[in-house]
Design a protein around this ligand. Structure first.
Ligand code: GLY
Ligand code: MN
Ligand code: MN
Length: 422
């Protein structure tokens, strides 16, 4: 509220429920901004921030208590619960919102709102704004200005508090344990979905709600498909398997990738590619510290990967020229990482006024370089084709550098081989 301009109101809506098919729903996922600001877990709710409102500045609309519906679908806080348990000063049944909300908009100059994320709610908000204008026998003025609320909330979410850091450490620990388990369970003949099951078993056994995003388990050349989520193929001896999976723990995501040999032993070609990716990740990690620009870590991965591919004669030419024309893009086609938090690709601007952002303590991000050599790439020697490696860890920017939240799963080749043999 302190960030809002005078005489304004903020409107934060719950995420809609989504039907999966006929009578089954997707598990409900609250809007991350509403979760962040209130922790309120229910659909069909709206939070208002109305600085200066004498009857209360934090206002909730939510589903009324309904014992029959609660018997079928679960507990409801009701307006009283929103006040008692979620910090609302004042709360009303959601069924009364059409009558009450226009009056709260009346006389306010501007509305802070995350426009365009939920077409249905956008439409309702316009109706409530127009409801002010059309109030019979009044000269009430609706707010004349809409301001993007997300911009303010995103800046808050980008810098993690001590309480958030605790949850992110836990999400990282659980996810690291799950990857260790997958390494230990791997053997030729298993199916990709069976390693997925090992990973997700460990997530839930440890108290996470489940995966923060659809787990990727790609054996052999399936690893070359960046968002491979079918996970239906058989794992073969001699192939690598690339796993990208992270849990969601109390609304916070982890995001880990590891690549290891299905049979526990890297081939010379796999080892050569692996070591380049790992070296690029180490180089990037050294450039994550307060005061440094966001892009330096990415540039470091491009440099190490390009040099490494030249050394293996997979790329030909001068490293500087190859970097200048982006020759790595055939093999490393994504960036080195992204912000991490309540969303796996978390909110927050990467640039300010067209300049790369400077790291500050409390920011969290992934570092995830990779090399993917397409099975169809006839420009490279056959022995390299179909090899795919990504290594991804989660970093928290500290006062002096960064802390790896996911270091408990090994990434050095010899440590992976040792763990797999144990
Ligand atoms: N798993 C999504 C990502 O690594 O960004
Ligand atoms: Mn990932
Ligand atoms: Mn990631």
């Amino acid at each position: 509220m302190a960030m809002m301009q005078g005489n304004s109101i903020a409107v934060i809506a719950a995420a809609p429920e989504k039907i999966r098919s006929k009578d089954t729903h997707y598990p409900y996922k609250q809007s991350t901004n509403l979760s962040y600001l209130s922790g309120f877990p229910e659909p069909q709710s709206v939070m208002l921030l109305i600085p200066g409102r004498s009857q209360g500045e934090v206002v909730f609309f939510c589903r009324d208590k309904d014992l029959l519906r609660e018997t079928w679908d679960g507990y409801r806080q009701g307006p009283a619960g929103a006040v008692q348990n979620f910090g609302a000063d004042d709360a009303f049944p959601i069924d009364d919102i059409d009558d009450i909300l226009p009056g709260m908009l009346e006389g306010r100059d501007r509305v802070y709102y995350g426009i365009g994320k939920d077409a249905e709610f956008d439409k309702h908000l316009m109706e409530w704004v127009n409801g002010v204008r059309h109030k019979r026998g009044s000269d009430a003025m609706p707010p004349g200005e809409f301001v993007d609320l997300d911009h303010l909330v995103n800046e808050m979410r980008l810098i993690k508090s001590a309480a958030e850091i605790k949850l992110m450490r836990k999400a990282g620990e659980i996810s690291a344990r799950a990857h260790r388990r997958a390494m230990q369970m791997s053997r030729p003949g298993l199916f990709e979905y069976q390693l997925q099951a090992e990973i997700e078993h460990e997530f839930m056994l440890s108290g996470a709600t489940g995966p923060a995003y659809t787990s990727i388990v790609g054996g052999g050349e399936n690893g070359c498909i960046l968002h491979y989520i079918e996970n239906r193929d058989k794992l073969r001896s001699g192939d690598l398997v690339l796993i990208d999976a992270g849990c969601e723990y109390q609304d916070y995501a982890a995001d880990i990738s590891r690549t290891f040999p299905v049979n526990g032993k890297f081939s010379p070609e796999q080892a050569a590619i692996y070591d380049i990716v790992l070296a690029s990740q180490v180089a990037a990690t050294e450039l994550i510290a307060p005061g440094l620009e966001y892009n330096l870590a990415n540039d470091a991965t491009v440099r190490v990967i390009t040099q490494g591919l030249v050394d293996l004669k997979i790329l030909q030419g001068e490293v500087e020229d190859l970097i200048a024309r982006g020759a790595h893009r055939d093999f490393y086609m994504h960036n080195a990482g992204h912000w991490l938090g309540m969303d796996v690709h978390d909110v927050g601007d990467y640039k300010i006024d067209n300049h790369w952002r400077i790291y500050e303590p409390g920011m969290a991000l992934t570092v995830e370089p990779g090399i993917y050599i397409s099975p169809d790439n006839t420009n490279v020697d056959e022995k390299w084709r179909g090899i795919a490696v990504r290594i991804e860890d989660d970093m928290l920017v500290t006062k002096t550098g960064c802390e790896n939240l996911t270091s408990e799963v090994p990434s050095a080749r010899n440590e992976i081989e040792q763990l797999m043999a144990s």
